[in-house]
Design a protein around this ligand. Sequence first.
Ligand code: MD3
Ligand code: FE
Length: 199
Amino acid sequence: AALDVRGVRVLPGYLDTPAQDRLVARLREVARAAPFFRPETPRGKPMSVRMTAAGRYGWVSDRRGYRYEPRHPSGVEWPPIPDAVLALWRDVTGLGRAPDCCLVNWYEEGARMGLHQDRDEADFSWPVVSVSLGDEALFRVGGTERGGRTASVWLRSGDVAVLEGESRLAYHGIDRIRHGSSTLLPQGGRINLTLRVVD
Ligand code: MD3
Ligand code: FE
């Protein structure tokens, strides 16, 4: 059964354990081609989350700002989005258009992501889909104005969230992860996939 958290559609346990394991194997291949890196904020502060991506674009941040790039910082093209991820996107959105970017966020112990809006895409009428793998994360979502009321929900391994309509421009972030709460990832921590149409 789906949950509505301030307009965010959360699908608890969308992926069973075998499906999560298969996905992790595909992500290992993505990370082999495009290794995780630690982005810097435009002010030069390293983020606590490590990132990589698959698809036509990856999202990067450095002293030049936040943006989508067709290449990994090493200069290689991002690897293709795994078929299982494209199938999940089709299942939950019903769209005939594939996402351009599968951002892969890796949270190790202590990593977090401050409240922000996703506004680097050209068209906010496309949904965003998020897939949680590994350790549980305390997800916080507010409204479209900074400083408003927020609601929190724990996202667990296999949960999928769909951000569409009003919630697409909501402030959101990850307050903390429960380190060691899952054994899915051999190296521990949490992986979040964020699927977006970019342009
Ligand atoms: C709500 N990632 O990469 S995913 C991000 O768990 C990001 O790594 C978080 O926020 C993570 O930008 C949260 C869930 C999510 C993604 C996009 C959203 C929630 C959202 C866009 C609008 C509203
Ligand atoms: Fe975000």
